[in-house]
Design a binder for this molecule. Sequence first.
Ligand code: 5GP
Length: 199
Amino acid sequence: MNNKGKLFVISGPSGAGKSTVITRLLKQLNNVYFSISATTREPRRGERDGIDYHFITREQFEQMIKNDELLEHAEYVGNYYGTPERPVDEKLAAGYDVILDIETEGASQVMARRPDAIGIFLFPGSFSVLEERLRLRSTDSEDKILRRLEKARQECKKAEMYDYIIINDRFETACDEAIAIMTAEKCKTAERLHYLKED
Ligand code: 5GP
Protein backbone atom coordinates (compact mmCIF):
# COMPACT_ATOMS: atom_id res chain seq x y z
CA MET A 1 0.00 0.00 0.00
CA ASN A 2 1.37 3.35 -1.01
CA ASN A 3 0.63 5.63 1.92
CA LYS A 4 3.84 7.62 2.04
CA GLY A 5 3.47 11.37 1.79
CA LYS A 6 4.80 13.52 -1.04
CA LEU A 7 7.59 16.02 -0.89
CA PHE A 8 6.84 19.48 -2.32
CA VAL A 9 9.62 21.99 -2.86
CA ILE A 10 8.41 25.58 -3.12
CA SER A 11 10.84 28.25 -4.27
CA GLY A 12 10.67 31.74 -5.61
CA PRO A 13 12.38 35.05 -4.90
CA SER A 14 11.87 36.45 -1.42
CA GLY A 15 8.92 38.80 -1.80
CA ALA A 16 7.06 36.37 -4.10
CA GLY A 17 4.65 35.58 -1.29
CA LYS A 18 5.74 32.01 -0.54
CA SER A 19 5.06 32.17 3.20
CA THR A 20 1.53 33.55 2.83
CA VAL A 21 0.63 30.97 0.19
CA ILE A 22 2.11 28.18 2.32
CA THR A 23 0.19 29.39 5.40
CA ARG A 24 -3.01 29.08 3.36
CA LEU A 25 -2.05 25.58 2.15
CA LEU A 26 -1.46 24.44 5.72
CA LYS A 27 -4.86 25.77 6.73
CA GLN A 28 -6.75 24.32 3.82
CA LEU A 29 -5.18 20.91 3.27
CA ASN A 30 -5.08 17.95 5.63
CA ASN A 31 -2.00 16.01 6.62
CA VAL A 32 0.49 18.57 5.41
CA TYR A 33 3.65 19.36 7.35
CA PHE A 34 5.82 22.44 6.88
CA SER A 35 9.52 21.71 7.25
CA ILE A 36 11.13 24.13 9.72
CA SER A 37 14.50 25.18 8.39
CA ALA A 38 17.61 25.96 10.36
CA THR A 39 19.16 29.35 9.67
CA THR A 40 21.94 31.58 10.93
CA ARG A 41 20.07 34.77 10.06
CA GLU A 42 18.64 37.00 12.80
CA PRO A 43 14.92 36.58 13.53
CA ARG A 44 12.68 39.28 12.01
CA ARG A 45 10.08 40.98 14.15
CA GLY A 46 7.34 38.47 15.02
CA GLU A 47 9.30 35.39 14.01
CA ARG A 48 9.42 32.61 16.59
CA ASP A 49 12.22 30.14 17.15
CA GLY A 50 11.18 26.56 16.42
CA ILE A 51 8.07 27.70 14.52
CA ASP A 52 9.25 29.91 11.66
CA TYR A 53 12.87 28.74 11.76
CA HIS A 54 15.35 27.15 14.10
CA PHE A 55 17.58 30.17 14.67
CA ILE A 56 21.08 28.87 15.33
CA THR A 57 24.69 30.03 15.26
CA ARG A 58 27.15 29.44 12.41
CA GLU A 59 29.01 26.97 14.63
CA GLN A 60 25.83 24.98 15.29
CA PHE A 61 25.00 25.05 11.59
CA GLU A 62 28.44 23.85 10.57
CA GLN A 63 28.13 21.04 13.10
CA MET A 64 24.84 19.98 11.50
CA ILE A 65 26.56 19.86 8.10
CA LYS A 66 29.37 17.77 9.58
CA ASN A 67 26.90 15.36 11.19
CA ASP A 68 25.10 15.00 7.84
CA GLU A 69 21.83 16.12 9.46
CA LEU A 70 20.72 18.29 6.55
CA LEU A 71 18.82 17.17 3.46
CA GLU A 72 20.17 20.28 1.72
CA HIS A 73 21.73 23.57 2.64
CA ALA A 74 22.82 26.78 0.98
CA GLU A 75 24.18 30.20 1.72
CA TYR A 76 21.76 33.02 0.93
CA VAL A 77 22.67 36.70 1.20
CA GLY A 78 25.34 36.01 3.79
CA ASN A 79 23.50 33.45 5.93
CA TYR A 80 23.18 29.69 6.01
CA TYR A 81 19.82 28.01 5.50
CA GLY A 82 19.20 24.26 5.62
CA THR A 83 16.55 21.55 5.93
CA PRO A 84 16.90 19.09 8.83
CA GLU A 85 16.42 15.70 7.16
CA ARG A 86 15.03 13.53 9.97
CA PRO A 87 11.72 15.34 10.58
CA VAL A 88 11.07 15.36 6.82
CA ASP A 89 11.52 11.60 6.54
CA GLU A 90 9.53 10.89 9.69
CA LYS A 91 6.57 12.92 8.42
CA LEU A 92 6.71 11.40 4.92
CA ALA A 93 6.79 7.90 6.42
CA ALA A 94 3.77 8.79 8.58
CA GLY A 95 1.83 9.72 5.42
CA TYR A 96 2.12 13.51 5.65
CA ASP A 97 2.86 15.61 2.60
CA VAL A 98 5.85 17.78 3.36
CA ILE A 99 6.42 21.32 2.10
CA LEU A 100 9.89 22.83 1.90
CA ASP A 101 10.21 26.60 1.40
CA ILE A 102 13.76 26.83 0.08
CA GLU A 103 15.83 28.77 -2.44
CA THR A 104 16.96 27.37 -5.78
CA GLU A 105 20.41 26.03 -4.84
CA GLY A 106 18.92 23.93 -2.03
CA ALA A 107 16.05 22.93 -4.31
CA SER A 108 18.43 21.49 -6.90
CA GLN A 109 20.13 19.45 -4.15
CA VAL A 110 16.73 18.08 -3.10
CA MET A 111 15.71 17.27 -6.70
CA ALA A 112 18.98 15.35 -7.13
CA ARG A 113 18.59 13.39 -3.90
CA ARG A 114 14.82 12.91 -4.05
CA PRO A 115 13.77 12.50 -7.69
CA ASP A 116 10.12 12.12 -6.62
CA ALA A 117 10.03 15.61 -5.15
CA ILE A 118 7.64 18.02 -6.86
CA GLY A 119 8.98 21.50 -7.54
CA ILE A 120 6.79 24.61 -7.58
CA PHE A 121 8.20 28.03 -8.44
CA LEU A 122 6.33 31.13 -7.31
CA PHE A 123 6.81 34.50 -9.04
CA PRO A 124 5.09 37.78 -8.08
CA GLY A 125 4.22 38.73 -11.66
CA SER A 126 6.95 41.26 -12.42
CA PHE A 127 10.28 42.48 -11.12
CA SER A 128 8.86 45.89 -10.22
CA VAL A 129 6.21 44.28 -8.00
CA LEU A 130 8.96 42.22 -6.43
CA GLU A 131 11.05 45.31 -5.66
CA GLU A 132 8.03 47.05 -4.16
CA ARG A 133 7.29 44.07 -1.89
CA LEU A 134 10.91 43.85 -0.75
CA ARG A 135 10.90 47.56 0.11
CA LEU A 136 7.65 47.27 2.05
CA ARG A 137 9.35 44.64 4.18
CA SER A 138 11.37 47.50 5.59
CA THR A 139 13.40 45.48 8.08
CA ASP A 140 16.13 45.04 5.44
CA SER A 141 18.75 47.71 4.69
CA GLU A 142 19.05 49.19 1.16
CA ASP A 143 22.12 47.06 0.53
CA LYS A 144 20.27 43.90 1.59
CA ILE A 145 17.28 44.82 -0.61
CA LEU A 146 19.53 45.26 -3.65
CA ARG A 147 21.29 41.96 -2.93
CA ARG A 148 17.94 40.19 -2.59
CA LEU A 149 16.79 41.71 -5.90
CA GLU A 150 19.94 40.56 -7.68
CA LYS A 151 19.50 37.13 -6.10
CA ALA A 152 15.86 37.09 -7.32
CA ARG A 153 17.03 37.66 -10.91
CA GLN A 154 19.47 34.75 -10.61
CA GLU A 155 16.81 32.52 -9.04
CA CYS A 156 14.33 33.18 -11.85
CA LYS A 157 16.87 31.82 -14.33
CA LYS A 158 16.51 28.46 -12.56
CA ALA A 159 12.71 28.33 -12.81
CA GLU A 160 12.96 25.74 -15.60
CA MET A 161 13.97 22.96 -13.23
CA TYR A 162 10.58 23.13 -11.45
CA ASP A 163 7.50 21.12 -12.42
CA TYR A 164 5.11 24.04 -12.01
CA ILE A 165 5.21 27.85 -12.03
CA ILE A 166 2.64 29.93 -10.17
CA ILE A 167 2.32 33.65 -10.94
CA ASN A 168 1.28 35.26 -7.69
CA ASP A 169 -0.28 38.47 -9.01
CA ARG A 170 -3.53 37.60 -7.27
CA PHE A 171 -3.24 35.84 -3.92
CA GLU A 172 -6.47 33.81 -4.13
CA THR A 173 -5.65 32.51 -7.60
CA ALA A 174 -2.12 31.61 -6.55
CA CYS A 175 -3.49 29.64 -3.57
CA ASP A 176 -6.07 27.90 -5.75
CA GLU A 177 -3.35 26.90 -8.19
CA ALA A 178 -1.07 25.59 -5.45
CA ILE A 179 -3.94 23.55 -3.97
CA ALA A 180 -4.84 22.23 -7.43
CA ILE A 181 -1.24 21.13 -8.02
CA MET A 182 -0.94 19.36 -4.67
CA THR A 183 -4.34 17.72 -5.06
CA ALA A 184 -3.61 16.52 -8.60
CA GLU A 185 -0.27 15.08 -7.52
CA LYS A 186 -2.12 13.04 -4.87
CA CYS A 187 -4.49 11.67 -7.55
CA LYS A 188 -1.75 10.32 -9.81
CA THR A 189 -2.26 6.73 -10.89
CA ALA A 190 0.78 5.52 -9.01
CA GLU A 191 -0.68 6.99 -5.83
CA ARG A 192 -4.15 5.54 -6.31
CA LEU A 193 -3.67 2.19 -8.04
CA HIS A 194 -3.53 0.28 -4.76
CA TYR A 195 -7.19 1.11 -4.14
CA LEU A 196 -8.12 -0.95 -7.22
CA LYS A 197 -6.41 -4.11 -6.05
CA GLU A 198 -8.62 -6.87 -4.69
CA ASP A 199 -7.77 -8.29 -1.27
P1 5GP B 1 14.18 34.65 4.39
O1 5GP B 1 15.45 35.15 4.98
O2 5GP B 1 13.48 35.70 3.57
O3 5GP B 1 13.28 33.98 5.39
O4 5GP B 1 14.58 33.49 3.35
C1 5GP B 1 15.51 33.74 2.34
C2 5GP B 1 15.48 32.59 1.36
O5 5GP B 1 15.95 31.40 1.99
C3 5GP B 1 14.08 32.27 0.82
O6 5GP B 1 14.17 32.12 -0.58
C4 5GP B 1 13.74 30.95 1.46
O7 5GP B 1 12.93 30.16 0.62
C5 5GP B 1 15.11 30.34 1.61
N1 5GP B 1 15.16 29.27 2.62
C6 5GP B 1 14.46 29.17 3.77
N2 5GP B 1 14.76 28.04 4.40
C7 5GP B 1 15.67 27.39 3.61
C8 5GP B 1 16.35 26.13 3.71
O8 5GP B 1 16.18 25.36 4.64
N3 5GP B 1 17.21 25.83 2.72
C9 5GP B 1 17.42 26.65 1.65
N4 5GP B 1 18.27 26.22 0.72
N5 5GP B 1 16.80 27.82 1.53
C10 5GP B 1 15.92 28.19 2.50
